[in-house]
Design a protein around this ligand. Structure first.
Ligand SMILES: *Cc1c(COP(=O)(O)O)cnc(C)c1O
Length: 370
């Protein structure tokens, strides 16, 4: 664990911290990324400031104010923010404990509310039963938007790649996502006929210099903090960086549909997309359901594993936004229960280093997982 982050070079991550600090991007990288995404997902790609901005552009392209959009009841506040920005209304469909996704049974329950669209997120990289859900969407006049933040490159059970089914596909390049350049994202508008956007290829403006610098430095600062974990300075140092706005918590990354990602982010995203193609490894986390999570996390921490940045501690995370969304806990009992029990482990940790962590987690498991 400790050597793993030596000198800020996070070996085992798809991209090293130093690589991100010094990457030089050019306009040609923006153009190439746009072209690559347009071709791969068969539509018109727009590079964005982050994933939620991409989702908001997708929603504004197909829906009117007041339209209901069905989403996974176990998700990130970013998704709700995108829906609200587009003037639409989130409708939460409960999940199954097996894959953390909604299914046709839970979709049927909420569809009485007259939804117009559905966002498929393939939680943590676990694909939904797309054939059934696509049928359901068609029969009920729902347009599908695919959110690839957790699952770029993953395949559905029928072997189609995620992001090739719906009318629009949103990608996030945020921290710990399938493609990670700390922030950034894209959206691909696939069905321009039913879209009410006149010119999908709007040229968005470049991000502010301080936002770009902050994103560049994040992996290095995080690695330094981890290096100091033994001195118990890690949390304090990170809190200080957040306070002086040197580090931004990913949930606080502002939605802005007028900005795009940076040139260096486009360059690194391109590299990672090529990598994803080669390995097919887009799933981001493995999850476990445990009793007494706080105690389990404490024990893990003592052993050197900091998993408390897990997804998600609330049905709509993070905690500080949860009260704002008025989440219907009674209608989504599974999402509520899972949020109290889940621990998840990023896939970039080397398996061998995790042996000790698994041993601890195993002693807390709610039930033996297959
Ligand atoms: C993180 C995330 C997004 C997008 O996040 P950004 O920070 O805006 O890039 C979208 N959907 C899900 C499910 C996410 O976890």
């Amino acid at each position: 664990m400790k050597r793993h982050y030596f000198l800020g070079l996070a070996a085992g991550r798809k991209i090293g911290a130093a690589r991100q600090l010094f990457a030089i991007g050019r306009k040609k990288h923006l153009v190439e990324l746009e072209k690559t995404l347009s071709k791969h997902y068969d539509g018109t790609a727009i590079l964005c400031k982050n994933g939620r901005s991409g989702l908001a552009i997708a929603l504004e392209s197909y829906f009117k104010k007041g339209d209901g959009i069905i989403i996974n009841a176990f998700t990130c506040y970013a998704v709700v923010e995108a829906i609200e920005t587009a003037g639409c209304v989130p409708i939460y469909a409960d999940i199954s404990k097996e894959d953390l996704n909604f299914n046709v049974a839970t979709l049927k329950k909420v569809n009485k509310k007259g939804a117009k669209g559905i966002i498929i997120q393939n939680t943590l990289g676990n694909p939904v039963d797309i054939v059934e859900i696509e049928k359901f969407a068609k029969n009920n006049g729902l347009l599908i938007i695919e959110d690839l933040a957790h699952c770029a490159g993953v395949r559905y059970p029928d072997r189609r790649e995620v992001g090739t089914v719906g009318v629009a596909t949103a990608l996030s390049f945020g921290k710990d996502k399938s493609i990670d350049t700390t922030s950034g994202g894209a959206v691909i508008i696939r069905n321009t006929e039913s879209s009410n956007r006149e010119t999908p290829s709007v040229r968005l403006s470049s991000p502010k210099f301080c936002d770009s610098a902050r994103a560049r430095w994040y992996p290095t600062l995080a690695a330094w903090c981890r290096g100091l974990a033994r001195l118990h300075l890690c949390g304090a140092l990170m809190r200080l960086f957040v306070k002086i706005h040197f580090v931004e918590k990913s949930a606080d990354n502002k939605l802005d549909i007028s900005k795009r990602c940076t040139k260096w982010q486009a360059k690194l995203a391109l590299e990672q997309i090529k990598d994803l193609r080669r390995t097919g490894e887009g799933k981001i986390r493995d999850f476990y359901l445990v009793n007494d999570r706080d105690k389990c996390l404490k024990e893990l921490k003592k052993a050197g594993f900091h998993f408390d940045g897990f997804w998600y501690e609330r049905p709509i995370s993070p905690e500080r936004y949860y009260k704002k969304v008025h989440f219907p806990e009674k209608e989504c009992p599974m999402a509520t229960e899972v949020a109290a029990q889940i621990i998840n482990v990023p896939r970039y940790y080397p398996r061998t280093k995790l042996k000790k962590a698994y041993k601890i987690i195993k002693s807390y498991l709610v039930e033996e997982k297959k």
